[in-house]
Design a protein around this ligand. Structure first.
Ligand code: FES
Length: 99
């Protein structure tokens, strides 16, 4: 079983949004019961990597705090674009006559 020391409160879990393990625990105390619930409360998983880096850690903290099986934590829904896209790239191929 994981101990709280594995995820100290000041440990950065979501690097994109700078969310710590303590903030995720707070979200759980406020009612988050799955990855999506944590995401809605503290934005963990909403950064440029779309949770690829932090989702597993969020799931582990949920399991530890709620004493639930990893299958009960759910997964977040990826929202496009999955990477930042410069406006110029989006407008490529669009001439002034098209506007
Ligand atoms: S590390 Fe959490 S969204 Fe990228």
């Amino acid at each position: 079983m994981m101990s709280r020391e594995k995820f100290p409160d000041d440990m950065l879990v979501c690097r994109c949004e700078e969310i710590t393990a303590g903030e995720i625990r707070q979200a759980i105390r406020e009612g988050a019961r799955d990855v999506t619930g944590v995401k809605r409360r503290v934005r963990a998983g909403m950064g440029p990597c779309q949770g690829r880096t932090c989702e597993k850690l969020v799931q582990q903290i949920l399991c530890q705090e709620l004493r639930i099986d990893p299958r009960q934590t759910g997964r977040s829904t990826a929202r496009p674009p999955v990477r930042p896209v410069p406006f110029g790239e989006l407008a490529e191929g669009v001439s002034k006559n098209d506007l």
